[in-house]
Write a protein that binds this ligand. Structure first.
Ligand code: NDP
Length: 247
């Protein structure tokens, strides 16, 4: 495992391995706070995905200076090889995945409109916001399916709600609407394996992307809620603060 102590040296390989949560785009913003909260709850070993490993390691140290509960791993969700390498390392060093939080996203294109959008920009948004979540989930699915309580959280946005779309932010909105569709498909297909798959809007949150809004812990809370649902929790839903959001 890249970074500080490997899961193997944490004594978590083999029997007695604690549940493992993988969070993408977790070196800053909501993803970082989700890692913090999952680690502080103490029930999970958390894999902190960061496309820049040095930033990921620094972020992991801020949460867990002793390096027992959080492991940084290089992860660019837009890069097949990076995702495959992450899945290999998690498989080898931890041997299980119980929670996947697809948080990484880009391109809140407030400057653009659908009628004149730069389609290269839309492609880039899709590559990270949709295909990134899709390839990470596919790569970790063999491990997820072996989990007794598997959960997938797709961090979406009300900007992807078809019910609320009136124009603007085309790359971001289309990519999040597609992520919502993926959420429904995976939820239906994986139901019989006990995997709960939900989309969560964190609400307008004061991160680099948000540029204002509510405190990061408030935005992260609904994501953690979906990541830690009981077995009889919802599947295939779209939520903010634990309450349904219109599709
Ligand atoms: P930030 O811009 O603060 O953080 C985004 C994170 O995603 C960064 O860690 C960034 O890494 C990472 N990232 C971007 N591209 C990739 C990639 N290809 N591979 C891996 N990581 C990547 O955003 P937020 O924390 O605000 O957003 C988190 C989630 O919440 C997103 O899905 C966003 O769409 C959603 N959301 C946010 C809202 C808000 O108001 N903040 C509102 C609604 C939804 P790096 O540092 O390397 O760039």
């Amino acid at each position: 495992m890249a970074g500080r102590r490997s899961a193997g040296t944490a004594g978590t390989a083999g029997t007695g391995t604690p549940p493992v949560a993988v969070v993408t785009g977790a070196n800053r913003g909501i993803g970082h706070e989700v890692v913090r909260r999952l680690a502080e709850r103490g029930a999970h070993h958390v894999v902190l995905g960061s496309r820049d490993l040095a930033k990921g390691e620094a972020a992991a140290r801020r949460i867990d200076p002793g390096g027992r509960r959080v492991t940084a791993v290089q992860l660019d969700v837009a890069d097949d090889a990076s995702v495959a390498a992450m899945a290999d390392r998690v498989t080898r060093d931890l041997g299980r995945v119980d929670v996947v939080v697809n948080n990484a996203a880009i391109l809140y294109d407030t400057w653009a409109q659908a009628r004149s959008a730069d389609l290269d920009e839309v492609h880039r948004a899709m590559e990270t916001n949709l295909f990134g979540a899709w390839r990470v989930t596919q790569a970790l699915l063999p491990l997820l399916r072996r989990s007794p309580h598997p959960r997938v959280v797709n961090v979406s946005s009300e900007g992807g709600s078809l019910a609320g779309m009136t124009g603007g932010t085309p790359a971001y909105s289309v990519s999040k609407a597609a992520l919502n569709a993926l959420t429904r498909l995976l939820a239906g297909e994986l139901r019989r394996h006990g995997v709960l798959v939900n989309a969560v809007c964190p609400g307008w949150t004061a991160t680099d992307m948000g540029g204002g809004g509510r405190p990061v812990p408030e935005g992260a809370a609904g994501v953690v809620w979906a990541a830690t649902l009981p077995d009889d929790g919802p599947n295939g839903g779209f939520f903010r603060d634990g309450k349904p959001v219109p599709w």
